[in-house]
Design a protein around this ligand. Structure first.
Ligand code: ADP
Length: 267
């Protein structure tokens, strides 16, 4: 190297370094703004129930002893809003957990048919509603992290339950390249123009109605993170007043790469 060449090389490296430093700062800034928006949204969502609880307890303090009907109304409202806050904080916690989940992530091979059957049986009891389960094969194996898999399925079943009054259907389809789990309901459906937004944090199609169903608008964004962790993809098709179908598609090729899928003995 002549002196000049070394210098030129150094300058190039320096330029690259400063460029990647710049990129890093931009990433950090975007991350910060993202986090700030998240905190603002979350605080806003928590503020509404707190305001309701606060004003009802003020009223109770002043008039609660004299007016019995006010007593009942206030207690019902306070209890409703407290439940909403509980749900929201639980959702916020699981959102925080899932974005830091990778270290506890343990993929194991499961028979989806058995695992989903257990989940639906448990939730049938909770909802008091029938969940139909069908599968094109008796045994369908995929490799997933069982904790996040359970959470993922539950989010879609909870939504199907919240946004319909009719039966819920879960179909497992072992296809050539994927294993698809379809969760369908015959409920209110989602308007076409909202479909692309429903995975956005805190997005709800109908805020007023969602308040009644106790939605936080976090479920599907959590689902998307959980799916990503399990290398699955989510798609949705929906018709207003007819119902919705959410499909979670697990790749089979991934398992082949890691070698475990082909070595499985069928039970
Ligand atoms: P939420 O806690 O409000 O249910 P989600 O993130 O799970 O939040 O869903 C976002 C929005 O998508 C919901 O508020 C609802 O408007 C719509 N949605 C989700 N699942 C369904 C469904 N099965 N049927 C109709 N609308 C749905």
């Amino acid at each position: 190297y002549t002196m000049l060449e070394v210098n030129r090389k150094d300058t190039k490296e320096l330029k690259e370094l400063s460029q990647s430093f710049n990129d890093m700062m931009l990433d950090l800034k975007a991350h910060d703004e993202n986090q700030q928006a998240f905190i603002m949204n979350a605080s806003h969502e928590l503020k509404t129930p707190i305001t309701v609880i606060d004003s009802y307890s003020q009223m109770l303090k002043r008039f609660g002893r004299e007016k019995e009907d006010l007593l009942d109304e206030s207690i019902a409202a306070i209890s409703d809003e407290a439940k909403r806050m509980k749900y929201l904080t639980e959702q916020l916690l699981s959102f925080a957990k899932v974005t830091h989940h990778s270290e506890h992530f343990k993929p194991t091979e499961i028979n989806v048919v058995n695992v989903v059957e257990k989940i639906t049986e448990r939730l049938e009891a909770v909802y008091g509603r029938k969940i139909n389960l069908s599968s094109n094969k008796e045994t369908v194996k995929i490799k997933v992290d069982t904790d996040t898999f359970d959470q993922l399925i539950k989010i879609f079943l909870d939504n199907a339950y919240k946004y319909s009054n009719d039966e819920i259907t879960v179909g497992i389809k072992d296809k050539d390249n994927t294993v698809d789990i379809e969760i369908s309901d015959r409920g209110i459906g989602i308007p076409q123009e909202d479909l692309e937004h429903i995975f956005t944090r805190f997005y709800r199609v109908d805020k007023a109605r969602a308040r009644k169903t106790g939605g936080s608008g976090l479920g599907l964004s959590i689902a998307e993170e959980l799916a990503k962790l399990n290398e699955a993809e989510i798609s949705v098709s929906s018709t207003p007043d007819e119902g919705s179908v959410f499909t979670i598609s697990f790749k089979k090729s991934g398992f082949k790469k890691s070698g475990s899928f082909e070595e499985v003995d069928d039970e």
